[in-house]
Design a protein around this ligand. Structure first.
Ligand code: OXD
Ligand code: MN
Length: 627
């Protein structure tokens, strides 16, 4: 049964409510609200139905104008939902706090509601569509009484691009509206592009009571619909991002023959004007935003590289007529982690958040500016911490643990156009051609700084076996290895083994696919210190990767793939202690044998659908380790 069908059963007096709804719309019109901004009958009917369920006092369409945005900002400040920051120092910037129990994506409350459990696969939580709609409808019913329902027509990707997908999000949160205005393309132009088509993702969100037990993030791939209730945290409620652009889009991409990936996209321009683009997948909290905005290190400055940031989180990738893979970033903003962002780690991000930015759950300073741990400058002498209580440096909780000023997952939402390195091809409908795809993880040992896959299928194997060791900031045991294939574990909207198969198929169909690499910026020495300085210095590794794509860089074959030759990197201006490069590139056969067993166990856990091509790659690796 479809969502609409279930709703019909659930709502005993829909038509009475719809009549009431029409009256409300009439009243709204008198206040300057418009009943609808489109003659799209499917869209209008759906909104009527959702309004009948949620029962808002008003329905307001978001047209994408600056005037409406400014009015909403002012209203949010009046109600206390947002705080206006110091407009001299941070023009156009606002501050927001989420509920203290609502500060991150809630994977245990996130479901893929495919008709059959087997289609969600063993790595996703599953609920039947019937059960999911029925339960969530109880939470949505009447949840917007006394509130306004905002209708946000948005495009993921440039409006009208063959890559792009349209969504409409209904929400009772001005914070969501203001974030969506930064993260996506919004308004009338999107409705014009949609016309009377029914091809849009139906996104329904309500904060409801922010009850964590009744929080649900539900994806209905067969209905092209998303329902999110009882949360106000970005990753759960900005439904264009993880929910549409990854979970729903990956399922659509599987059907339609393209890829929706958790990847940054970056261009590297040589002084002669030649730009090569790369896409890279890393698990959350591995520095994707920093890499996407990389600044060349001093020692390579004389080479005149220029970096172009296309995106920091999501890539939609298609085979184009030239046989290459082309990619767009479907978003138009950054939703980045604030702590750790400073003028050394990411000067471009610091420049990006100086205006028109929403800060969430960071520390608020008396002069109306913001601060976070490992940000710029010394800790402030006083602040309001992220929950709003007075804070001073050195404060400890009752267990003697330091109290942080900014929530560790506090965020900035900032427009891509603010970034000094933003790509001039952001609005290009065909995106950018990819020369290389990079997979990475956070491994203390095992994985060398960089190595190259021997061919496409081997590259898919590298993506499928990606893993990270947990850091102190994450739950779980320190050092425990978490498999996160393609960094898509929490974001793949269908069976992970089918997803692997789909990647294999793309390589077969694309006559000129990019080469695939694996990097590990996080390898440690015996004392636990990082062997590689990271950040801007990573360009030295990328330089080798790009040389390899042009059949230039020097490499040696190893059991796990091609490693850089010992003198392959340009190390001008970077003095690593003697022996460090050898340690960075070491392949320890015993550790790799154990890794093969762990990968096999992981594949077994995914069931019989794991493609034979990947089993072959595993056996090939085992064989090469014994040679
Ligand atoms: C993100 C994430 O917020 O991956 O981008 O968690
Ligand atoms: Mn992400």
């Amino acid at each position: 049964m479809t969502g609409v069908g279930v709703l019909r059963l659930l709502q005993s007096n829909v038509s009475a409510r719809q009549r009431a709804r029409k009256n409300t719309l009439e009243e709204g019109k008198n206040r300057g609200e418009v009943a609808t901004m489109t003659n799209n009958a499917v869209l209008n009917t759906w909104i009527e139905e959702m309004a009948a369920l949620c029962q808002p006092d008003h329905v307001v369409w978001i047209d994408g104008s600056d005037e409406q945005r400014d009015a909403l900002r002012a209203e949010a400040c009046k109600t206390g939902e947002m705080i206006l920051l110091n407009q001299e120092k941070l023009p156009g910037c606002y501050y927001h706090r989420t509920h203290p129990l609502d500060v991150a994506r809630t994977e245990d409350k996130t479901f893929i509601c495919a008709a059959h459990e087997r289609d969600a696969g063993p790595t996703n939580n599953w609920k039947s569509p019937e059960e999911a709609y029925t339960e969530a409808a109880n939470y949505f019913r009447g949840s917007m009484r006394g509130r306004t329902m905002y209708v946000i027509p948005f495009s993921m990707g440039p409006v009208g691009s063959p890559f792009s997908k349209i969504g409409v999000e209904l929400t009772d949160s001005i914070y969501v509206v203001l974030n969506m205005l930064i993260m996506t393309r919004v308004g009338k132009k999107v409705l014009n592009a949609l016309g009377t088509s029914a091809d849009f993702t139906k996104c329904l969100h309500s904060k409801a009571q922010l009850d964590p037990d009744k929080r649900r993030i539900l994806h209905f791939p067969e209905d092209n619909a998303i329902w999110s209730v009882n949360s106000g945290y970005g990753g759960n409620v900005l439904l264009g991002k993880k929910c549409l652009a990854l979970r729903i889009a990956s399922a659509l991409a599987y059907k339609e023959g393209w890829l929706a990936e958790h990847m940054l996209i970056l261009g590297i321009e040589e002084p002669n004007g030649y730009i090569q683009y790369i896409a890279a997948a890393f698990p959350s909290a591995c520095g994707k935003t920093n890499l996407a905005m990389l600044i060349p290190p001093e020692g390579l400055k004389s080479k005149g590289y220029r970096i172009w940031t296309v995106g920091d989180d999501i890539a939609w990738i298609k085979i184009d007529t030239d046989g290459r893979l082309w990619a767009i970033n479907p978003e138009s903003g950054f939703f980045g982690v604030a702590p750790g962002t400073n003028s050394k780690t990411n000067p471009n991000a610091v420049a990006t958040v100086q205006r028109d930015t929403i800060f969430t759950n960071v520390a608020l300073l008396p002069d109306g500016t913001v601060w976070w741990e490992e940000g710029d400058g010394d800790p402030p002498s006083e602040a309001l911490e992220w929950k709003g209580s007075p804070w001073k440096p050195g404060m400890k909780d009752k267990d003697g643990k330091p109290i942080v000023a900014a929530q560790p997952n506090s965020r900035f939402t900032a427009p891509l156009r603010n970034c000094p390195s933003v790509s001039f091809r952001l609005e290009h409908h065909h995106g950018v051609p990819l020369s290389a795809i990079i997979f990475g993880g956070r491994r203390n040992t095992l994985a060398p700084l960089v190595y190259e896959a021997m061919n496409w299928n081997h590259g898919v194997f590298l993506g499928a076996s990606m893993a990270s060791e947990r850091t102190a900031a994450q739950y779980g045991k320190l050092g425990e290895v978490r498999r996160d294939p393609f960094a898509m574990l929490p974001f793949c909207g269908y069976h992970m083994a089918d997803y692997f198969k789909h990647w294999i198929g793309i390589g077969r169909k694309a006559p000129r696919p990019p080469r695939i690499f694996h990097v590990n910026w996080f390898r440690r020495d015996e004392k636990g210190g990082f062997l590689w300085p990271g950040y801007g210095e990573n360009l030295r590794v990328i330089e080798w990767i790009l040389q390899r794509t042009r059949d230039e860089g020097k490499a040696v074959k190893s059991p796990i793939g091609y490693l850089p030759a010992p003198d392959a990197f340009d190390m001008t201006g970077l003095d690593l202690p003697k022996g460090t490069m050898e340690k960075l590139l070491e392949v320890n056969k015993d550790e790799w044998r154990a890794e093969c067993d762990a990968i096999e166990e992981f594949f077994n856990g995914l069931g019989p659908k794991v493609p034979w091509e990947l089993r072959n790659e595993l056996e090939g690796l085992r064989h090469r380790l014994e040679e």
